[in-house]
Design a binder for this molecule. Sequence first.
Ligand code: CA
Ligand code: CA
Length: 345
Amino acid sequence: MKIISRDMVTDILVAGQTAAAFCESGETVIFETRDCYDDNDITEDAPMGTRGEKLENPATGPLFIEGAEPGDVLKVEIQKIELREYGVMRTSTDGGAFCHLYEEPKARRFFFSIHPETGRLGFWFEEKLWLDADPMIGVIGTAPEGDGVPAITPGPHGGNLDCRRIREGSILYLPVNVPGALLSIGDLHALMGDGEMGICGLETAGKVTVRVTALKEEEAARYGMLGEGISDDGISGDEMAGAGLTSGEAASRVFRAVRAALPLLKEGDQVMTIQSAETLDEAALLAANKMRELAAAASGMDLVNSGMAMSLLGDLAVCQIVNPLKTVRCQFPLKVLAEYGFRLP
Ligand code: CA
Ligand code: CA
């Protein structure tokens, strides 16, 4: 299996970047990642703010997926997340919900051991509260359209989404904006709550095993996105049937709806849009509207019904409030869309 070394890191996701590795569509690849401080040798006594040559929020990559072309959707199956045997947290005097409470000398690092088998974290709060790891990926993205985006910033290409539902067993769908997609991964967290309120998760390094597949609009009919509800002379969903679309046209239309909703995550029995903006309000509206549009296209529900379905069954959740753009996800039960014959490719 291909392994991309933790020596191959970048602090920007950008078109035209030299690939760290190449793979075929459908291949499984391991990314070895550094922690967000680009530090494997820091100690509790090391002075804060002396980054020197270190990269900010480094991501390993990029991986060039052969055959992936602009307009495709990159399916990234998160098969396994393995963590280093310790994690780091810090206080912040300039970011997060509590920064106004800390003065510079009080900004400190804290180290947690991570048990390699049980995931039990070796840090406790007043010897009362023991914690277990719940590993997730902070940074995962493809090269964006246009200018490069620093690895610390989230966006339509993915990046520093800090969504704790991007975990082992989940599937993330990302846009392919440039040939090869150029996928980078980094910034693992052993544990993080929604919001990442205090400035960081339990920051750590490790290995991520992913299977990457380039999905193509011209093959949309083959992906079974409309399930059993589709046939050559009839399609699922009243609206699509009314439009007189062939099965291929209907599948293409749903494929384009998926593409417009990226980044999109399947985790457990939910599908999620993950959107970032200057404010949480803007990010929430983006996530909600992209999910409604996807649900309408996948089910044939009209504008009013799909909006009511969002209000009744959808959940908005804050991913993070600490990055240059804030991130919100909109979660919706896949089984509702499955009732209409939709499934993710
Ligand atoms: Ca992060
Ligand atoms: Ca982080």
